[in-house]
Design a protein around this ligand. Structure first.
Ligand SMILES: NC(=O)c1ccc[n+]([C@@H]2O[C@H](COP(=O)([O-])OP(=O)(O)OC[C@H]3O[C@@H](n4cnc5c(N)ncnc54)[C@H](OP(=O)(O)O)[C@@H]3O)[C@@H](O)[C@H]2O)c1
Length: 355
C-alpha cells in the first residue's frame, strides 16, 4: 500500500473543473479495449489487468461510454475498477444509439425517454450506484438540447449522477446548457492535428480550403465549435481532449503503406486513407523532431502539448498496452519550452476530414 501511494504521488493532479474531483493529469480512454480499432486485439483479461495497473500507477480518471462494444466496455471497466471505486473518477456517456446492433452504426438519440433508460442501464453494467461524470455523447439535432440537458440535470438531482458534461459541442450549445445546469466538463476531439475546439485561429482541414468544418458521428455536422477551450476555462469546466494521439497517428506508428483491418474504424476514415497518411507525414515528422530535441517520444510530445493548453485540460489517451500506458503517463512530467510549443502550435493543417 505504501508503495502504491508513492506511485500515486508521482502522477500530477488536476482539478476536473472548478470544485470537481482532483484526478491524474492524464486519464485513460477505454474505448479501444472493446470497440473501434478492430476486434483481433481485444482481450478482456489483458484489459482488466491494464486497468488495475493504471490505478496502481496513479491514473485516477477513466473514460467509457454505453455504446463502446454496445455495453461490453462498461461491463469490463466497471468490473475491473470496482475494487478501486473510492479513489477513481469514472466517466461514461449516453445520447447515441445503435438501432442495427449487427452493423454497429451509431445515431444520436437525445430523447429524455432514451436517456432515462440509458442511465439505469449504465449504472447496472458498471455495477455502481452513482456515475461520477455523465456526458451527453452527441447533441441530437432532432431533440432540443434543452430537453436532453434538463434530463441529464434530473439525474444529478436524483443522485444517479454526480456531474454532467457534453461531447463535441459548440460554444453556443454550451451557453444554452450552462443556463440550465452547470457544465462540469466538455469532451471533444483535440490534438496536434484536430484543433477545432481552440477556435478561429486553429488550422482546420487543408483540403477544405480554409472553411473550418467538423463532422461528427454519422455525418452529424456540429459546425465550427468556436473557442471551446477558452469557454471551459472561463466557466470553471474541465476540457477533456479525446483522441489526443490522433488515434495513434501522432505517435509515428503509421505511414502511407499502413493498412487497417476490416472492422478498424480507421480503415474507412478519410484521414487514414493512403494519400492523406502520406501528406500528413510532414506533421508527424515535426512531432518526431521536437521529441528528439526534448528527449521524449512523439506520443509524449503530443500529450504534453495538449496539457500545455490550460490547467483545466485533462486528456484521455487510449491504450490496451502496458508499455504505452507507462509512456503516456510519463508525458505529465514533460515540459516543452516556448519554442517547442510554438513550433507544434504552427503545424500545417492535416489532409482528410476526421470522420
Ligand atoms: N467523445 C467521443 O466521441 C469520443 C470519440 C473517440 C474516443 N473517445 C474517448 O477518447 C479515448 C482516447 O481516444 P482514442 O483511443 O480514440 O485515440 P488516441 O488516444 O488518440 O489513440 C489511441 C491509439 O493510439 C495507440 N497508442 C496509445 N498510446 C500509444 C503510444 N504511447 N505509442 C504508440 N501508440 C499508442 C493505441 O494503440 P493500442 O490500442 O494498441 O494500445 C490506439 O491505437 C477513447 O478511448 C475514448 O474513451 C471519445
Amino acid at each position: 500500500m505504501a508503495n502504491l501511494e508513492l506511485k500515486e504521488n508521482t502522477v500530477q493532479q488536476r482539478s476536473l473543473g472548478q470544485g470537481g474531483p482532483s484526478v491524474s493529469a492524464i486519464g485513460l480512454g477505454c474505448m479501444g479495449m472493446s470497440w473501434a480499432y478492430g476486434q483481433a486485439e481485444q482481450d478482456d483479461a489483458a484489459s482488466a489487468a491494464l486497468l488495475a495497473e493504471a490505478v496502481e500507477s496513479g491514473v485516477s480518471f477513466f473514460d467509457t461510454a454505453d455504446v463502446y462494444g454496445l455495453g461490453a466496455n462498461e461491463e469490463l471497466v466497471g468490473a475491473a475498477l470496482a475494487p478501486f471505486a473510492d479513489r477513481i473518477t469514472l466517466a461514461t456517456k449516453a445520447g447515441l444509439a445503435s438501432p442495427d446492433r449487427q452493423a454497429g452504426s451509431l445515431v444520436p438519440d437525445g430523447r429524455p425517454e432514451h436517456l432515462r433508460e440509458a442511465v439505469d442501464a449504465s449504472l447496472r453494467r458498471l455495477g455502481r450506484e452513482v456515475i461520477d461524470l455523465y456526458y451527453l455523447h452527441r447533441v441530437d439535432p432532432a431533440v432540443p438540447l434543452e430537453e436532453s440537458w434538463s434530463t441529464m440535470a434530473e439525474f444529478v438531482r436524483s443522485g444517479k449522477v454526480k456531474a454532467i458534461g457534453l461531447s463535441e459541442v459548440t460554444v453556443a450549445q454550451l451557453d444554452a446548457a450552462q443556463a440550465i445546469h452547470p457544465v462540469a466538463a466538455v469532451q471533444s476531439e483535440f490534438s496536434l492535428w484536430t484543433r477545432g475546439p481552440a477556435g478561429a485561429g486553429a488550422p482546420a482541414v487543408a483540403s477544405a480550403a480554409g472553411t473550418p468544418r467538423d463532422v461528427g458521428i454519422g455525418g452529424l455536422s456540429a459546425g465550427a465549435p468556436g473557442d471551446v477551450i477558452s469557454w471551459t476555462a472561463a466557466s470553471g469546466a474541465a476540457f477533456v481532449p479525446f483522441a489526443p494521439l490522433g488515434r495513434g497517428f501522432l505517435t509515428g506508428a503509421f505511414d502511407a503503406g499502413t493498412t487497417f483491418a476490416e472492422g478498424d474504424f480507421r480503415a474507412r476514415n478519410p484521414r487514414f486513407a493512403a494519400e492523406a497518411l502520406a501528406a500528413n507525414q510532414r506533421i508527424v515528422d515535426e512531432v518526431k523532431a521536437v521529441a528528439e530535441q526534448a528527449g521524449a517520444t512523439p506520443a509524449q510530445v503530443a500529450i504534453a502539448w495538449v496539457l500545455a493548453q490550460g490547467e483545466h485540460v485533462v486528456p484521455i489517451p487510449g491504450t490496451k498496452r502496458s508499455k504505452y500506458l507507462q509512456e503516456n503517463i510519463g508525458a505529465a512530467a514533460l515540459r516543452l519550452d516556448a519554442e517547442q510549443l510554438d513550433r507544434l502550435s504552427n503545424l500545417p493543417a492535416p489532409e482528410g476530414e476526421r470522420y
